[in-house]
Design a protein around this ligand. Structure first.
Ligand code: BMA
Length: 321
């Protein structure tokens, strides 16, 4: 088994969400969290949904990475009035620690479709919108935790062929670069969906992990050839350290798929959606250690938050298999 689910799964459910009137009364769902470790504390930035199907951000804190307490307070990023058109939802934050600040890459639902936004803050409570960093329709993007060759990098997933899923989606992950985090240029496609198999449509998950063997990336793949369902799963691939446009390896199989009742039943059935990762140990050079514990936080059935653990070595193995 590559990933081991927490015995406490789902670690957060709608029952964990304190009322926060007037916005949140008897929340409907909590899922797709961003994750970050600050000192000895584990933090999750949560996508909380109300019974009006409105979306809010809340945060949760833990001392052990497994038992989280949700703070009874909404996170309200500043500067959202700069988003063009009416902003309906802000969600799926991917958190990165970069050059002494916390960044969150978020999806923004506007009338024209979906855009990617970049938030920055000294802590999780003080986010400000830096910029909308996609012109065209896009939802999933994630920052690399450091510059590579002087450039900021991200993985993103341009939308195309909305087809059967009804909302924008795509089957390619691209590497893009920037000098200032505000203006981005596509570099190269790094991964394509594999039609007929587990990852037909794909999108980046949590931030890439720097290992001595390359950038280890967790992504989600959707199988929809089974016609009755869209099955969201997680997988891994590896990009070259110096030149992350080069794909070194990609696992054949998924590493996590909906098997438990809380993953198979909910608002959107059959979904595991990895969005946060915490690596416990790095070596002196800042590379994740092979034996390090890795905590992967994921949304389950668009209803709750779950946790699975593994090691860097096991993920590298899975990428090469
Ligand atoms: C994706 C995103 C996620 C969601 C998933 C499953 O396209 O919208 O936010 O969790 O679908 O519904």
């Amino acid at each position: 088994m590559i990933l081991e689910r927490s015995a406490r799964n789902p670690i957060l459910t709608r029952a964990s969400i304190p009322d926060c009137p007037p916005e949140i009364i008897d929340a409907s769902a909590v899922f797709n969290p961003g994750a970050i470790k600050l000192g000895e504390e584990y933090w999750l930035l949560l996508r909380v949904q109300t019974r009006g199907r409105q979306t809010h951000l809340m945060r949760a804190c833990s001392r052990d990475g497994e038992r989280f307490e949700v703070l009874p307070e909404l996170i309200r990023p500043r500067g959202l009035e700069r988003v063009r058109g009416r902003l309906h939802h802000l969600y799926d934050p991917r958190l990165s620690w970069l050059e002494g600040q916390i960044y969150a890459v978020v999806a923004l639902d506007v009338d024209a479709g979906c855009r990617v936004g970049l938030l920055r803050g000294a802590d999780l409570a003080s986010f400000e919108l830096l910029a909308v960093i996609s012109d065209a329709d896009a939802r999933n993007a994630v920052l690399f935790p450091q510059r590579v060759g002087g450039r900021y990098l991200r993985l993103d997933r341009p939308h195309r062929g909305a087809a059967s899923v009804g909302v924008g989606s795509g089957d390619e992950i691209w590497l893009s670069e920037s000098d200032d985090l505000l203006h981005w240029r596509p570099v190269q496609r790094v991964l394509e969906g594999r039609w007929h198999y587990w990852d037909e449509r794909i999108g980046p998950g949590p931030p890439p992990i720097r290992t001595r063997e390359g950038w280890l990336c967790i992504y989600h793949g959707v199988a929809h050839h089974l016609s009755a369902a869209h099955i969201y799963q997680a997988g891994v691939f590896l990009l070259d350290l110096e030149d992350p446009a080069q794909l070194l390896a990609r696992g054949r199989d998924n590493i996590l798929e909906p098997r438990e009742p809380y993953e198979m039943v909910g608002q959107v059935p059959n979904v595991v959606f990895p969005s946060g990762v915490i690596v416990e140990k790095s070596d002196g050079g800042g590379f994740a250690r092979p034996e390090s514990l890795v905590r992967i936080y994921y949304g389950a059935a668009d209803s709750s938050v779950a946790l699975a653990t593994t090691t860097i070595a096991a993920l590298l193995d899975a990428a090469r298999r």
